[in-house]
Design a protein around this ligand. Structure first.
Ligand SMILES: *[C@@H]1O[C@H](CO)[C@@H](O)[C@H](O)[C@H]1NC(C)=O
Ligand SMILES: *[C@@H]1O[C@H](CO)[C@@H](O)[C@H](O)[C@H]1NC(C)=O
Length: 219
């Protein structure tokens, strides 16, 4: 209890000292930007303190903070949301509820987090994937991969490609009602790099195996 109170006090002091950083005047939602910046700096500083004192590693602390933000797979009026696994890679699938005469487009989304943090379960990614599924009337797949430093690179790439290859099987595309010629792979930050690498690898496989995968588009 004492350590929790101490951590909270440290958080408040640091947050207060970081919050009033001047930012350019033409930025929208100033308080949101300032709060996020202050929270980020506060957590980074606390993580480094805890590691130096020997309480926990920086990565464990930041992961703990990220996990506070994880969401459940909740369906809404437009999209059915399910957590499942492609081979043994955890994924969250967003299926639009409205009827479609033709097979749908699909978007595979690989989250960022410096290969060390994060999940498709985070509020921001869950919101983005849900929004994309509804807005584009597309099947969206959020992919999780094993995280560093426990799992060194290229485990993150191997997991991403395994999930994508699993999804590209005819029987799986049929199951989710996806048009095989209209699939995109996307991501942010380290996930963007994984998306680029996976796409190149898929193209390589395609050339070698002369499969009809060659016309998957990248946006
Ligand atoms: C469902 O879709 C409609 C139309 O795009 C939108 O106005 C509404 O906010 C969506 N509902 C949710 C829960 O996102
Ligand atoms: C890919 O698309 C292009 C343009 O639509 C077409 O000319 C080409 O034949 C397609 N390639 C394959 C392998 O389907």
């Amino acid at each position: 209890m004492g350590s929790k109170a101490l951590s909270l006090a440290l958080f408040c002091v640091l947050f207060a000292s970081y919050i009033y950083k001047p930012i350019p005047g033409n930025i929208e939602e100033r308080w949101k930007v300032m709060s996020l910046d202050a929270i980020f700096k506060t957590c980074t500083f606390m993580g480094m303190c805890f590691e130096n004192i020997g309480i926990m590693t920086y990565e464990d602390f930041i992961s703990m903070i990220f996990k506070l933000d994880y969401t459940q797979p909740l369906s809404d009026e437009n999209v059915t949301v399910t957590d499942t696994a492609f081979t043994d890679i955890p994924v969250r699938v967003y299926l639009p509820k409205r009827k479609s005469e033709t097979p749908r487009r699909a978007v595979i989304y690989i989250h960022g987090g410096a290969y060390c943090f994060g999940s498709f379960k985070q509020t921001a990614f869950d919101f983005l994937n849900r929004w994309t599924a509804n807005k584009l009337d597309a099947v969206v797949v959020g992919v999780d991969y094993r995280l560093a430093p426990q799992h060194r690179f290229p485990a993150q790439f191997e997991d991403s490609i395994a999930a994508v290859k699993f999804f590209l099987q005819d029987k799986i595309l049929t199951k989710y009602g996806v048009d095989p010629t209209r699939i995109c792979i996307s991501g942010d930050s380290s996930g963007g790099r994984l998306a680029a690498a996976v796409t190149q690898k898929i193209e390589e496989i395609t050339v070698v195996a002369a499969l009809r995968l060659s016309n998957y588009s990248l946006i």
